[in-house]
Design a protein around this ligand. Structure first.
Ligand SMILES: O=P(O)(O)OC[C@H]1O[C@](O)(CO)[C@@H](O)[C@@H]1O
Length: 354
């Protein structure tokens, strides 16, 4: 089975293929007729897929010009099943086996309501129950702790939102082709981003491997990246991890800081860079190890500079690379076999994946 590291190195190829096939994947799925009267978008997803949705959210909002909400499928299916005809509903399940999404999609279909399901597996239960499937445009990821799938989901959502924004008249052809050019530029830089990330991890591994708790802090498009850090570290390393939005961390969670927390900011060097600097200054007084992953440049010697200058809305496409690589490295140092389920009886008992 390919490892998380293998899948991170496949991201360049997967992104390129999705970009090449974008018209076939999404153009025919969305048109004036389907989008007639649509005034907002609701996305349902769990785990990494939900993190990917948060990572894409600021870009989607900008390009579609619509309010976009991300909801928990279980709460929606059990408590909030009021359908809006002016909402475009989208369910994401990369693997296609998540019970909560399948259950929700079934309820939509039974009520004759339209919902699109984004998945990579055309033989999955989610595919079977969905009348409107969107393909992620990548092969099924064998590794259950997804990395490439999370990243490709972000790109898929970017492309879907540009298509919608263009049809709705919120995004001009020129703006769309400028974004596509920026995305291609990012794809070309992936090998260098991987090298920089690996070097940073190697240089600091003695600190990282002793972490008892890892706190990720992001904002804008890297809020989703910080959530993905929480998911991936928890799943693969098995230590406690939080993924917080910058201001959210400052409203309560900071009071629970521990001197031996490992805190990593994910800073796209955008709108809230100054707020990162202030919180960093405070945390340095109380926490031994505070790091910043920067899109470009760095202010402290031990930080990571990914050397990518681009619109901050696109940052989640590449800023998760060091997060995934660090999760993998720490999991291996802990001796965790990611190919074997830590709790094989879990799905049998809970039927959380079907
Ligand atoms: O997108 P899917 O396939 O529904 O999976 C969501 C989540 O399920 C897991 O595979 C396991 O719970 C997570 O790693 C992932 O984030």
């Amino acid at each position: 089975m390919k490892s998380i590291k293998d899948y991170v190195s496949l991201e360049q190829e997967f992104y390129s293929n999705v970009l090449k096939n974008k018209d076939e994947l999404y153009d025919s799925q969305f048109n004036e007729e389907i989008l007639k009267g649509i005034s907002n978008i609701v996305i349902f997803a769990t785990g990494s897929s939900s993190n990917a949705a948060y990572s894409a959210l600021p870009f989607m909002s900008k390009t579609t010009g619509l309010p976009i909400y991300i909801e928990e499928p279980s709460i929606a299916a059990n408590y909030l099943l009021n359908f809006n005809d002016d909402t475009l509903y989208l369910a994401i399940t990369q693997g296609g086996h998540s019970y909560s999404i399948i259950n929700l999609v079934e309820k939509f279909e039974k009520n004759g309501k339209k919902i699109f399901t984004l998945t990579s597996d055309d033989s999955s239960p989610a595919y079977e129950v969905s009348d409107n499937v969107l393909s992620m445009g990548m092969p099924i990821e064998e590794m259950p702790y997804v990395s490439a799938g999370y990243s490709v989901t972000i790109l898929d959502l970017f492309l879907i939102s540009m298509r919608i924004g263009n049809i709705l008249g919120n995004l001009s052809d020129r703006e769309e082709s400028d974004f596509l050019a920026d995305i291609s530029g990012i794809i070309n830089k992936i090998p260098d981003i991987i090298d920089r990330s690996n070097k940073w991890i190697e240089d600091n591994i003695n600190i990282f491997q002793d972490a008892k708790r890892l706190v990720w802090i992001g904002y804008g498009s890297t809020y989703g990246v910080s959530r993905e850090g929480e998911t991936k570290i928890t799943e693969t390393v098995g230590i406690s991890s939080w993924g917080k939005e910058l201001e959210e961390y400052m409203h309560g969670p900071y009071l629970g800081l521990h001197e031996d927390d490992l805190i990593i900011f994910i800073d796209p060097n955008g709108t809230l860079e100054d707020r990162v600097d202030r919180l960093h200054e405070f945390l340095e007084l109380h926490v031994d190890n505070v790091y910043v992953i920067n899109s470009v440049n760095k202010k402290h010697e031990k930080d990571l500079d990914l050397n990518v200058t681009c619109n901050e809305l696109l940052a989640s496409l590449y800023m998760t690379i060091p997060v995934h690589l660090l999760s993998f490295e720490l999991s291996q140092r802990k001796g965790n076999d990611l190919e074997k389920s830590a709790y094989p009886e879990f799905d049998k008992i809970t039927k959380s994946k079907i």
